[in-house]
Design a binder for this molecule. Structure first.
Ligand code: F3S
Length: 76
């Protein structure tokens, strides 16, 4: 099971993650990406059907802003 969120300090608003995985990522009015399902908290697991597109987005991000974990990210 994968959890993901965007390190928004690293995101340069390139938009690739939203193109690769539009069901997982969206971006705010400044173009900074976030995860749709949990509002970038990284606390809800990806659905099985989203894993392949998530991986494509993860690999496409030019700055490594997309982070992933097999356990939920803590809320801070
Ligand atoms: Fe940002 Fe990377 Fe997506 S730079 S818009 S998190 S592909």
């Amino acid at each position: 099971m994968y959890y993901t969120k965007v390190d928004q300090e690293k995101c340069i608003a390139c938009g690739l993650c939203q193109i690769k995985a539009p069901q997982v990522f969206n971006y705010n009015e400044e173009g900074i990406a976030y995860t749709i399902s949990d509002n970038n908290k990284g606390t809800l697991p990806l659905g099985k059907e989203d894993v392949e597109s998530f991986k494509a987005a993860y690999l496409a991000c030019p700055t490594g802003a997309i982070v992933r974990s097999t356990t939920p990210f803590s809320i801070d």
